[in-house]
Write a protein of this length. Sequence first.
Lengths: 262, 522, 215
Amino acid sequence: MHSIVGDVTRIALFATCLADTLFPDVPRATVTLLERLGHEVVFPAEQTCCGQMHINTGYQRAALPLIRRYVDTFEPYEVIVAPSGSCVGSIGHQHAMVARRHDDEELARRAEAVAARTYELSQLLTDVLGVEDVGAHYPHRVTYHPTCHSLRLLAVGDRPLRLLRRVSGIDLVPLPDADVCCGFGGTFAVKNADTSTAMLADKMRSVLATRAEVCTAGDSSCLMHIGGGLSRLRAGVKTVHLAEILASTAGAGQGAPAAVSR
Amino acid sequence: MTTFLGLPGRPGRPGSRQSPSEPPHAPRGVGHLRAADPFPVAARRALADAQLRRNLSKATTTIRAKRAAVVSELPDWEELRAAGEAIKAATMADLDRYLGQLEVAVTARGGTVHWARDAIEAGNIVTALVQAAGATEVVKVKSLATDEIGLNDALAAAGIAAYETDLAELIVQLGHDRPSHILVPAIHRNRSEIRDIFLREMGDVSPDLTDDPAALAEAARQHLRRKFLSATVGISGANFGVAETGTLCVVESEGNGRMCVTLPQTLITVMGIEKVIPSWADLGVFLQLLPRSSTGERMNPYTSMWTGVTPGDGPQSVHLVLLDNGRTAALADPVGRAALHCIRCSACLNVCPVYERTGGHAYGSVYPGPIGAVLSPQLTGIEDNASLPYASSLCGACYDVCPVKINIPELLVHLRARHVEEARRTHRLPSAEAITMAAASYLLADPGRLAAAQSASRSGRLLGRRGKITALPPPLAAWTRARDAPVPPPQTFRQWWHSQHGDDRGGPAPGDRSDRSDRSDQ
Amino acid sequence: MSARDEVLARIRAAARTGAGKAGTASSPAAPSPGPRYRTRSELAGPQLLELLASRLTDYRALVHFASAATLADEIGAALQRRQARRIVVPPALRLPLPSFVTAISDTRPFLSPAGLAAVDGVVTRAAVAIAETGTIVLDGSPGQGRRAISLVPDYHLCVVDAGQVVHLVPEAVARLSAGRPLTWISGPSATSDIELERVEGVHGPRTLEVVLVSG
């Protein structure tokens, strides 16, 4: 663990390909938040994708160049953050495994070293930067979905909730059956669309039962799934990434739930 | 650049297509390991069955809570799991030696050991043993191995009636149905459906039978009692076979197992070769892990252990059939072989959000749920169960509860890779998915190409109405059947960043790792 | 090649394939100094009996405490409540039975299964009892008899001495001999096969009564 509490830290941002392309407000909020906390954020322009979709769909050879790129791009940095439990989980649990499966021990060792310095946002804030009250203000009724890879691969535990509880104005309500998968699962949502939809229906039922305005999580992908379902239902519930809530401050124009649901 | 086109698959994992040196898979045309339909098709049928959904949800919710309660009672649960994993891994590493020990020990105590390469051979061995005992009826304890090999069909073909005696197996047999759960094969049936089956199929049941579970259990007791008291041949599986002592172990609840392994003169046990455990003391681990994970009890009501023949007590003719049927093919995969560690507790089924919604029949094998999705394709060869490794959202709940710590999500990902590699080796033209993946890899391997593709995708905004996309072309149409898709925003993050910072802030600065000489410090 | 030799050859070939590269899920565990799970307990006598009794009761067994002096009364009272008159007993039970019962000793020629089904119950001793799980273990010793006698009758009265009670499953395994036929019993027979609702009493004895003897 890095003991750099209280220091200005230079943090390399891995935006993730999904958020970069479809949800740019999420990495922007990550930048806003970390800069507000006094840290320097850099965006290494050579970055692309962690390769998780390829790996989880069986295309490990196609993921190899992506893994190599991730390692090459972020190896120079001391602290790396991604606003995605799933991508950080893949980096930590799959990169070295895939490299070894293809007999590239050197890449595996490098990948392990970089993965050890790659943090999901709530981990970075609580474990590395030692902060729980990030000075955010968000006057809305919010429920938190803990996303499977944050919960089980990364074991982030209650870190996101500890951060959310310190947000002023927030009305944080527990999500029933929170630890059950929303049914996204990457290409699972397409290959097994019916089962995925059945899981999504139950997750939406739980979200709606909370009467929250906003469902938040640490993964844009799961939020895209839940938000896509809620939007189709015209349910009137928005999905907003954890980073966006933590970046919000009174009068900063980010106080309202995002205008566009995912 | 490594893409799909024509490049030979370098990582030499054993695929389903077999070379002469690789162990054979379970044969086709016999037993119950292969699905008639791919998982998504079978799942769609199950998902439409409201009664099934309700039955499954109620049952899995109940058993999850029971398991959690009894697991939390043990201060050393994680140590037990670690021990279970270590024992199983050590067993697989020396499987031939332990099976040899088991054979010697069983034989020394008056038992007879038979070996079966596959389902057909096992069926023939058991049939011949029943015929040699002069029996036309047998009583059976619930056994996944005998179900896997279709033993009842083999016996029926020889004119031998096999009576399932486990309550749930009885419900399945009387209902002309298939098991849908490892522990509770009739989990898809509720009490009133079971009453209807009993009224229809049991000749000797009162027409006033209610759907009270106690009344249904009583009906089963009466129905089977005469069979137990007169049976001359019993057939069982085995939860464990102890190499050191030759002891076989059956774990059960109702007493039907005790009846079958105690009262008949002849006892035939069919055991997968992976069920051997090295030492007597290992039972102290597994008899804690199994009941708590399985029925959510501190201990199941009855566990029977026997070692060969005990003069004057129980069957005097005792047989053990050791079954391969694709297990050695799984063993040959150094990652996949972990699926052989399974002790058939079914905890992974009970926590799986996919299983809870589709039920076990959708998996098309006697081994459903997450463990089935990694075990069945290895027993049959992946191409015969190719949809199963994808029947998971990789949520990881199964790994959390597995009593022997089988990393099922990792195995699923591994088998998906094997499937793709296999397809690349055997198909001359890549699939649409392979092309898509290769194209995505090509774009994502380079930030310039990614940026260009992102710009192109802005045109996708034309599809959107008020910030959402409601219909996408195939294969993504499956997404928009139930979910709106996001419209690409006017600006990617990458574009925004460059508009704010230019291109010059991306590089490492003094103090970052590239400026250090001590990079070996990690 | 015989099936035996072929299966063993397949295993050896598979082991060679798997040996080169140890996957994360398959690498054999490093030899450890010894079990890290609990194999020995510090729990003392009275606490052990209390725990055993509560765990047995939890799974619907009937439990009574007795001393050497009150044992005969407890057994008599239990059999009287049950109105058991014809009782099968193992050949060397060595327990005081009330005069109103006819004890049928299970010696050759053994009772048939149908004969066992016709008696009112069985009285046995035990080999070991496990407090943490509420389990009694029979091993076919002369005080326990053939497995069939504690299986077919609908009522089982089991007398357990305090010295036979251990706390943990591994402690019981260490005390037991693999050479004997073992029956582990945790409450009366039960099933959860219908909607996972537990129902006591299917094929084994539907009533299990345990007398714990100390002092």
